[in-house]
Design a protein around this ligand. Structure first.
Ligand SMILES: [Zn+2]
Ligand SMILES: [Zn+2]
Length: 177
């Protein structure tokens, strides 16, 4: 007799830089790491703010009662690290690092006024994930960055290519080449 469990999330291990080290700790403990195999940063499996476990793959356990053989069947893989904790809403450490980096670069855009810099910093969360404000945020970015040149601008565009979600890059006129 085949039995199938309810769908549930396994737990994941992700490094502080956001590299997924193990997307299914329960069923693939052999992949467990203390430090990231890509960048060497510490690996965590729970939210530092509320200690909720980081969600990994979603799926169910299927098995046969007769031979007592059960396995995890994935219906949804974990391909990118989640940006925010589903339980408390806090940004995960890699999201915080991304936000902080953007803030530092924006503060180096010397041609902007302090007020313009503040507006851009306030909008960073709206360009790394889709929110109701995203499109407006993109327009403000495009307007403020228009015509600016220099090392910090290039550096910021580079950051955008890596961290802004793709449909918004089009609005920012920074499509991936
Ligand atoms: Zn890493
Ligand atoms: Zn949390």
């Amino acid at each position: 007799m085949i039995v199938i469990s309810e769908y549930f999330y396994t737990h994941a291990q992700i490094c502080l830089s956001g590299h997924i080290n193990n997307s299914n700790v329960e069923y693939h403990p052999e992949n467990e790491n203390s430090f990231c195999q890509i960048c060497g940063a510490k690996v965590i499996d729970e939210c530092p703010s509320c200690h909720a476990k980081i969600r990994g793959e979603r799926g169910c356990v299927k098995g046969n009662m007769l031979d007592n053989c059960f396995h995890f069947s994935t219906i949804q893989r974990l391909s990118i690290a989640p940006a925010y904790c589903y339980a408390c809403g806090a940004p995960y450490p890699w999201t915080e690092a991304t936000l902080k980096t953007a803030e530092n670069i924006i503060n180096m855009l010397d041609d902007l006024t302090p007020d313009q810099k503040k507006q851009l910093v306030d909008f960073i969360p709206d360009i790394i994930v889709e929110t109701p404000q995203s499109r407006y945020a993109a327009l403000v970015y495009a307007k403020f960055l228009d015509g600016l040149q220099g090392l910090a601008v290039d550096c910021f565009k580079d950051w955008c290519q890596k961290n802004v979600f793709p449909t918004l890059l089009v609005l920012l006129n920074m499509q991936k080449q």
